[in-house]
Design a protein around this ligand. Structure first.
Ligand SMILES: NC(=O)c1ccc[n+]([C@@H]2O[C@H](COP(=O)([O-])OP(=O)(O)OC[C@H]3O[C@@H](n4cnc5c(N)ncnc54)[C@H](OP(=O)(O)O)[C@@H]3O)[C@@H](O)[C@H]2O)c1
Length: 300
């Protein structure tokens, strides 16, 4: 069914969503702070609204794809009267708390609000692999399911508008830290004369293998949740020694050691608290609120 959809925010992600919605036959109205970014999607069939208020008025379903929630206020702050009776689906990144505030703000202007976290890069929008976390009122997702499913498979988490954002940030925590470690390791290899062209594919073998390595004995989360950290296959002492070696190797060649030093600090805490014989999963206690450490300051 062809549904009128408004999409505000035409970065790479917003543009990919518009192209996907148009391909699925929806009528798409767009608005972007920098109008020139609308050229491609207008050429593909989208309508460029003159103002945010016009964009909101054009469709019952309004999707936001912005850098953060402040951008929502900057754009829709001048169009609040148009929000009553609309469904706003904010697919922008921010903290769960900012997201809850955003949901309350939208409700205060008479809009229904869903939070979303898009779990694929822009070129994969609309593919079979695409999925999007949602939270907020379940019926709002059901009403908008068809156009939203064109972007990616919806994965509904619950009524708390902060929940989808929390899940998104948790996944991006893994993603950003992994990307940073990939680049740190590349810089380390460069110091030994291994160029990035050779280094990156070599390091990707480890990146790609981590999931399988961790799943050998089943879901490691089960033991983490049970507070069990058996060290029969690897220990905090062994892993912590390796963390020490990575910091030393970095320092020796002048590669910034801030990232591995942050990891090292967690192992040092675990060793200092008598957990040297436990599995590496024990370091979560140094991260949890009121965990054993009371917080570990990274040692740069
Ligand atoms: N790109 C990806 O692969 C990817 C993947 C997953 C999730 N995401 C998430 O999707 C969202 C959009 O990503 P993107 O890559 O498209 O981001 P982007 O290139 O940073 O685009 C963000 C959009 O926000 C607008 N914007 C930012 N601040 C604004 C303000 N104060 N007032 C008005 N407009 C403002 C920009 O307008 P201008 O064009 O005028 O600057 C642009 O349309 C982000 O929250 C991101 O975390 C992105």
């Amino acid at each position: 069914m062809s549904t009128p959809v408004t999409l505000i925010g035409l970065g790479p992600m917003g543009q990919a969503m518009v192209h996907t919605l148009l391909r699925e036959g929806h009528q798409v109205t767009v608005w972007n702070r920098t109008p020139s970014r609308a050229a491609d999607v207008v050429a593909a069939g989208a309508t460029l609204a003159a103002t945010p208020a016009d964009a909101v008025a054009a469709s019952k379903l309004v999707i936001l794809s912005l850098t953060d929630y402040q951008a929502m206020y900057d754009i829709l702050g001048s169009a609040t009267e148009a929000l009553a009776g609309r469904t706003v689906v904010n697919l922008s990144s921010d903290s769960p708390e900012r997201t809850r505030e955003g949901a309350a703000w939208a409700a205060g202007h008479g809009a229904r609000f869903l939070t979303g976290g898009v779990m694929i890069p822009a070129p994969m929008v609309g593919t079979e692999a695409a999925y999007v976390y949602y939270s907020g009122p379940a019926e709002v997702l059901e009403d908008a399911r068809e156009p939203l499913a064109a972007i990616g498979t919806p994965r509904y988490l619950g009524a708390d508008p902060g929940l989808a954002q929390l899940m998104y940030q948790a996944n991006l925590d893994v993603f950003l830290t992994s990307l940073a470690s990939l680049l740190h390791a590349t810089a380390l290899l460069e110091s030994g004369g291994v160029g990035a062209t050779s280094a990156v594919p070599e390091l990707m073998r480890t990146l790609a293998g981590i999931s399988e390595m961790l799943s050998v004995g089943g879901n490691p989360g089960v033991q983490i949740e049970a507070g069990e950290h058996p060290g029969h296959l690897s220990t905090v002492t062994m892993m912590g020694a390796t963390a020490d070696h990575i910091v030393a190797a970095s320092d020796a060649v002048g590669v910034d050691s801030g990232l591995p030093a942050a990891v090292q600090a967690y192992y040092t805490w675990a060793r200092d608290h008598g957990h040297g014989g436990d599995n590496w999963t024990r370091i979560i206690d140094a991260m949890r609120p009121q965990g054993g450490s009371g917080g570990v300051a990274p040692q740069a």
